[in-house]
Design a protein around this ligand. Sequence first.
Ligand code: CA
Length: 233
Amino acid sequence: MSELGAVILVVEDEPQMRKFIRASLTSHGYRVLEAERASEAVMMLTSHNPEMVLLDLGLPDGDGIDLTKQLREWSRVPIIVLSARGREDDKVAALDAGADDYLTKPFGVNELLARMRVALRHAQSRGADPSVQTFEFGELKIDLVRREVFRGEEELHLTPTEYKLLVLFAQNAGKVLTHRQILKEVWGPAYAAQTHYVRVHMAELRKKVEVDPSHPKLLVTEPGVGYRLRDRV
Ligand code: CA
């Protein structure tokens, strides 16, 4: 894949964490830039134009959420936030500010690489690709032209809202979506606070698309944050 040799900017003030990320990424063919402070990160972004940013939320001269907001005014570079366990509100704020995904510390190399591949892929195919007519995830098949959904041979009958939800997740496969992002896309900006809509309709959608709705394998919950369609079922 073209991600090989991609330049990744790591913004992190903990030397041990930087060292771990640098070692993991360079051994997989990425090139790594490092910044310890938010101000340094902005300079490196403008001077080196990296293909992705891994961003710690707690920096000595500012917080990663503000930095994300600032970057999104002029850059669409994929941002993966690195966050401490238990800081779900921070993750949600960062995602709503425009970050693409998050990793909870401590994380493993494989998880890091998988999230990076998803974010890089989405960055390359930004926006809905008009040539895409079907999505397939394991047994599940979505036909966008006929607006039909199948699990194996069986056609699933979704309500218009469930269908919109499912297509939104399919278009963002592998990527976490916050409640707010889902509400804005499916119901519209005026509904951004109606979190219970998402819960209710996700439960109905899971009953139809999941083999075992009480143990979802496809539409998984990201506790305190939102949902993600797992693209490798
Ligand atoms: Ca930190």
